[in-house]
Structure formats: structure tokens, C-alpha cells
Design a protein. Structure first.
Length: 284
């Protein structure tokens, strides 16, 4: 179930049921995520729990401040670091505006300090993703200018100066960090997102690929082969080289055209949904 669908359902619950659901879900999720694990554990075992954690924060079902405090604490122990990195990555992905708007500077500085102490090779990709989205630089790197407005908002609220040491480890009942100040308002727009001016983002033409003879309905991208895939009402599915812009492969569909597609790069599959092409059917 998507975050949007979950939010829609939770918003329809009466207050006593929302509180009861929160008080049931949060301890269960945290109990699973705080199990001691090696640094090289299989993250698939708890990835869904980390996403559920971030989704509850996204919905303001739990406090983003409590979430940051909990993640900061878990990062400090090797036994819970793998789960903490995964939780932080999903929280940054889903709750970036809330982190900018609702967290105190000291909390984000403590989080950044705890993250700076994570030097394990297994987490460097995650850390790069987190730093990039938060607008933070690694220790010793020059300040990057011209970053995304949401990141700039974070930086303006939370100084990039010397970071404060991480706070003491919170109590064993980690779920208590969420109970204080938790609210449930999924309908409000983020103030941080609203400050992003449309004028700062402009679409710039990059390439024109010539090959289709009718309306194009769907686009997909294969990151492994670095090809753009398009389909149109001319019943053609064309793979384009991102490097040259030339058509590397063309498939003609008999009697149909693909109106939507999805690329499953991990399985080397292209999934398409087709509609009868009446023009071709008449010709046939």
C-alpha cells in the first residue's frame, strides 16, 4: 500500500483509533529495527520496516524530531548502524521538507556529527545520497554552491559550521521519542516546499530524437544499458542510445501500440501495456 493510500485511510480513523494504532505500530517497528545485526547484514530483512518508519514520519503520525533523535542514537552503535542508515535514507527520501522545517538546528547538527563518524565502506553509497539531499558536504570538502532550493533552505536554517557532538543515548524505550508532540495532519503542505520558486527550475532542451511518425505515449529508461525507450501510436517501440541519440533497436508491434511501459532493469525486462491500433487493424 502506498504512503498516499495509507495516509488517506489513517486520516479517516477517529482520534482514539489513530492513537491506539500509533502506540501499536511504533514499538513493533522499532523493536524489529533495533535488533542487533552485523554491519554486512542483508538489509532486505528489515527494509520494509525502515520504509514503514519513514512513512509514519511522513504522515506526521510520529514526531520527526523523535525520529531524528532515535536515528542519531542508533547510528552510534555498530550493532544497529545498518538499520539506522537504512532508516535515515528512507526518512530523507520521504521527509526532506519536514526535516528542514520541523527539526531544531542542534538536532540536525547532532545527526550530521553521528553520520560523519560512520566510515564503514558498506554505507558510503547511502551516506553520499543522504549528504547530497541534505545539502551537507563531507568533512574537508569545499562548500558547493547553486544547490537545490530545498537544500538551501535547510542550510539557511541549520548552519553548516562546526557540528555539535551527538547527544547522550536516549532511554531503552525508543518509541517514547515519538509520543511527545506527535500530530496527524497529512493535508498541510510543507512550508519548505512552498518556498521553492518555479523560477529556479527551468526545463532546457537537451536532445531531439527523430524516428516516430505519430504521437509518443510512453517513455522509459534502462540505466544498465543507458538507453531511452519510447513507444508511440505508430506501433513502434524504439530504444535510443543516450550517448549518440541514434535508434539502436526498433520493434514494430502488429496491430497494437504501447500506451504505457515500465523498465525492470534488474531482470532485463520491458513491460508494456498496449491498445489496438485501429489504423493498422483496418490495413491488415
Amino acid at each position: 500500500v502506498s504512503t498516499q493510500s495509507t495516509g488517506f485511510l489513517l486520516s479517516r480513523l477517529a482520534e482514539p483509533y489513530r492513537v491506539a494504532l500509533r502506540d501499536t505500530l511504533v514499538p513493533a517497528i522499532l523493536q524489529f529495527l533495533t535488533v542487533k545485526r552485523p554491519l554486512d547484514c542483508d538489509r532486505r530483512d528489515f527494509f520494509a520496516y525502515a520504509e514503514a518508519f519513514a512513512s509514519l514520519v511522513k504522515l506526521d503520525f510520529v514526531s520527526v524530531s523523535g525520529a531524528v533523535t532515535t536515528i542519531t542514537t542508533l547510528l552510534q552503535s555498530p550493532d544497529t548502524r545498518c538499520a539506522a542508515i537504512t532508516m535515515l535514507g528512507k526518512t530523507v527520501e520521504l521527509c526532506l521538507a519536514q526535516l528542514a522545517e520541523k527539526c531544531e538546528p542542534a538536532q540536525l547538527q547532532a545527526l550530521r556529527a553521528a553520520l560523519a563518524n560512520v566510515t564503514d565502506d558498506a554505507f558510503q553509497y547511502d551516506i553520499s545520497y543522504i549528504l547530497e539531499n541534505m545539502g551537507w558536504q563531507r568533512v574537508g570538502e569545499p562548500l558547493v554552491v547553486g544547490m537545490d532550493p530545498v537544500q538551501s533552505l535547510i542550510n539557511s536554517q541549520h548552519s553548516l559550521g562546526a557540528v555539535a557532538p551527538a547527544p547522550d543515548v536516549i532511554g531503552s524505550n525508543l518509541s517514547s521519542a515519538f509520543s511527545n508532540g506527535a500530530s496527524f495532519d497529512i493535508g498541510s503542505l510543507s512550508a519548505a516546499a512552498s518556498k521553492v520558486s518555479a523560477a529556479t527550475h527551468r526545463l532546457v532542451p537537451a536532445h531531439s530524437y527523430v524516428g516516430h511518425t505519430n504521437t509518443i505515449f510512453a517513455l522509459g529508461y534502462d540505466p544498465y544499458l543507458d538507453v531511452l525507450i519510447s513507444s508511440g501510436k505508430d506501433s513502434q517501440v524504439i530504444a535510443w542510445s543516450s550517448a549518440t541519440g541514434a535508434a539502436s533497436q526498433t520493434v514494430a508491434l502488429a496491430g497494437h501500440y504501447a500506451c504505457s511501459m515500465d523498465v525492470d532493469a534488474s531482470r532485463r525486462q520491458l513491460l508494456v501495456c498496449g491498445v489496438v491500433n485501429e489504423a493498422r487493424a483496418v490495413d491488415a
